[in-house]
Design a protein around this ligand. Structure first.
Ligand code: GMT
Length: 379
């Protein structure tokens, strides 16, 4: 198949999944075209069958806002014509589903492209739960979801949220997120561990884009409570609007010297490989790809019981889940994991097995492929 994949290049789960999907589909013999404003950070080196098309959005003094939606729709039309795309797969509804819809309408009227490509939209989370349901966007987002030829969501929870918040009645197929399990595994990096912690200290880690929904101040709170019981360090990986709040909370709680702010990192699995527990006290999480990456590296996750996280983590089996406001409960689970080696081994092993049984690319990518075939076969 000739497949166009539209995604954001900024660090975030939807761009990661879109890039990994593109790479795996190309390796399986498809011709894949990634369209984005910049090279997505996980796209990697040249690979046969995989090409990148930059979306340029010109500025003009008359415009106070860049018109990304228009330039993206324009680029989709051009790539679809040149490469004879069968599928346009939009990752993240806003505004990618709208650009794909617009491009398909233009192509449908073109004598050069008698059979326009089919549009598939994958909903990732905040495109519904935070932004899409906002009255400023809800009408256009709902319309473009209804108008897509196929729609997928990364969890049952996100599917329900979409149906409820946007009153969508059409079929939404749930296809969970996935990892390249050959890459995402615990690696031996002893020198890295000694850079952060003494032998008697344990390491907690948090990876995110430091947006309010991630509650980075709560990460610091849980860590500070843990430190009262266990000598530990915290790796804060990522950057974003709440970085200042995290730094300030660490100072206020007297743990600044134990917290390492590492900024954005392309490769997280070496850092996960030296960590003992992953903290994810998010207010909302449609899936929690960061948690899945930790589990693949045998790092038990202590997280909020919200959104799709219970579909990824089973409490007291493959990790621990607590109400988002229950920071004491989270700290207790962290302390238990860091002081009870048998418990840690049980949870870490079960987490890794779950990833391998349910969330590896070789299991999930064929499901996307079959869904493409199904949508192409429909009138
Ligand atoms: O979490 C974010 O702020 C970014 C967002 C994205 O588009 O990258 O993440 C969402 O999509 C990920 C990939 O499907 C999911 O793993 C995340 O759980 C989801 N984030 C939220 O629902 C908050």
């Amino acid at each position: 198949m000739n497949i166009g994949i539209i995604c954001y290049a900024s660090i975030g789960g939807s761009g990661v999944i879109a890039s990994e999907l593109g790479k795996t589909l190309a390796a399986r013999g498809h011709r894949v075209h990634i369209l984005s404003s910049d090279t997505p950070f996980r796209l990697g080196d040249y690979q046969p069958g995989l090409s990148f098309h930059r979306v340029e959005t010109p500025t003009y003094p008359l415009f106070r806002e860049p018109h990304y939606l228009l330039s993206l729709a324009n680029k989709i039309v051009q790539v679809a014509r040149a490469e004879r795309l069968d599928i346009i797969h939009a990752h993240y509804a806003i505004p990618h589903a709208t650009a794909a819809y617009l491009a398909r309408q233009i192509l449908a009227l073109s004598p050069l492209h008698p059979v326009p490509p089919k549009v598939i939209t994958t909903l990732h989370g905040t495109d519904i739960t935070l932004l899409g349901s906002d009255p400023s966007y809800s009408e256009t987002v709902a319309f473009c979801i209804e108008q897509s030829d196929g729609v997928t969501a990364v969890s049952e929870s996100l599917k329900r949220d979409t149906q409820r918040e946007l009153r969508i009645e059409r079929e939404i197929r749930v296809i969970p997120n996935f990892l390249d399990c050959s890459v995402h595994r615990r690696v031996d990096v002893p020198d890295l561990r000694t850079r952060f912690a003494r032998d008697d200290e344990r390491i907690a880690i948090h990876v995110s884009n430091f947006r309010p929904v991630k509650r980075v101040a709560a990460v610091i709170e849980v860590f500070a409570r843990t430190c009262r019981e266990v000598p530990a360090r915290l790796l804060m990986v990522g950057d974003g609007p709440d970085m200042g709040e995290a730094v300030q909370r660490a100072r206020a709680l007297g743990v600044t010297d134990k917290v390492h702010f590492l900024g954005e990192q392309d490769q997280v699995f070496p850092l996960l490989s030296v960590s003992d527990v992953f903290l994810l006290p998010s207010a909302q999480e449609s899936f929690g790809l960061a948690a899945l990456e930790a589990m693949a590296c045998e790092v038990p996750v202590v997280a909020s019981r919200v959104g799709g996280l219970p579909e990824v983590i089973t409490h007291d089996d493959t990790g621990f889940l607590h109400a988002p406001e229950d920071l004491d409960g989270m700290a207790q689970s962290v302390v238990m994991l860091l002081t009870d080696d048998r418990l840690h081994r049980r949870i870490a092993g079960a987490a890794r097995r779950t990833v391998h049984q349910r969330f590896c690319d070789e299991k999930i990518v064929p499901i996307y492929e079959a869904y493409y075939e199904e949508i192409l076969a429909r009138d």
